[in-house]
Unconditional design. Structure first.
Length: 146
């Protein structure tokens, strides 16, 4: 895990406890973490969205009250994008990741890592989200952001 990836994860985690904050919370190099509010708090239809952007494109979004996270490569299938997505998936979704085989991207799950056409990365996905403070990746984040 790169230091900028650890800082991104920490910023996202921090925003979960900062319900009133709006706007850009973290910016370093080509990476931005921000929080946006849609609607009026405590009313039907209100949404609080925490997102991460790489080169201005939204590669990750999670709603504070939802059990899903959105991941996207935004058409940029580069090693940097794959690395950022893999770190985000490892911290916010259950044992998922992206790997490359014969220049094609595939989404792996906790059970299989196959080049099955059903697992082919189509540029975006919604995955169940979790916040697991005891995971190995969270401990790495804490060590790298001290």
């Amino acid at each position: 895990m790169r230091k900028i990836e650890a800082q991104t994860i920490k910023a996202i985690r921090d925003l979960f406890t900062m319900a009133n904050f709006a706007g850009v919370y973290f910016k370093k190099g080509n990476t931005i973490v921000e929080q946006n509010h849609h609607g009026i708090p405590h009313t039907m239809g209100y949404r609080r969205i925490i997102s991460a952007r790489l080169h201005g494109s939204e590669i990750f979004a999670i709603e504070s009250d939802d059990n899903r996270a959105f991941y996207a490569s935004c058409g940029f299938e580069t090693n940097t994008t794959k690395s950022r997505l893999n770190v985000l998936m490892s911290c916010f979704s259950s044992q998922c990741g992206i790997y490359q085989k014969h220049f094609e991207w595939y989404l792996s799950d906790e059970y299989a890592r196959s080049s099955d056409p059903d697992n082919k990365w189509n540029g975006f996905c919604w995955l169940p989200s979790r916040i697991d403070a005891d995971s190995y990746h969270w401990k790495q984040v804490e060590m790298l952001t001290k």
